[in-house]
Design a binder for this molecule. Sequence first.
Ligand code: AMP
Length: 215
Amino acid sequence: MNIILMGPPGAGKGTQAELIKVNFPIPHISTGDILREAVSSGTKLGLEAKSFMDEGKLVPDEVIIGMVKERLAEDDCKAGFLLDGFPRTNEQAKALDEVLSGLDAKVEVAINIAVPDEIVIQRIANRISCPSCKAVYNLKFTPPQKEGVCDKCGSELVQRSDDSEATIKNRLTVYHEQTNPLLDYYKAQDVLYEFDGYRNPKEVFADIKKLLESI
Ligand code: AMP
């Protein structure tokens, strides 16, 4: 199944992706994770992307589209994929449709996780994550058992450098201007499914699971 996961920063896309991955065997492709890995290993892509990410801006379409095209051409995507954080602009959505139609495929499910801005800001201020296994924790609501250490793999937890209050405001503005309008694009294709993300992640996942099992 070809799935895209949408929603503002802090909606819980990463958490839901982890849960989806366990239950449905398709590769999880997070453009944010790919970019963060490129930044930390200092590749050309990372050097290009870093300043945009630090300012809460989108990395230019041509860079992201090329990166996603390459990833979707890999063998493990033949039976489907879970795209997280892509598309984020009209250009990206059109490019994705083009790539998929060349493979005689299409986006089958667009999941939107909706969360109000004030909750996004609160969540992000308390978010820490694992750079190794990508597990996400909230210091208030879902803290790790041992402070600063990932429950799942034992790595040291970090706060993302773009999770500062100033950057998150930019990321929300960009989201409302460029990404939120894509919901209409997928609604018109009759593949949009919306979920209230202001709930316990397990409750959100129970609804997503029901949907995916019914398709
Ligand atoms: P995320 O982890 O999805 O919140 O992404 C973190 C940052 O990576 C974003 O704020 C952007 O700077 C960049 N990024 C991730 N995905 C995309 C995308 N599809 N288009 C442009 N920039 C992206």
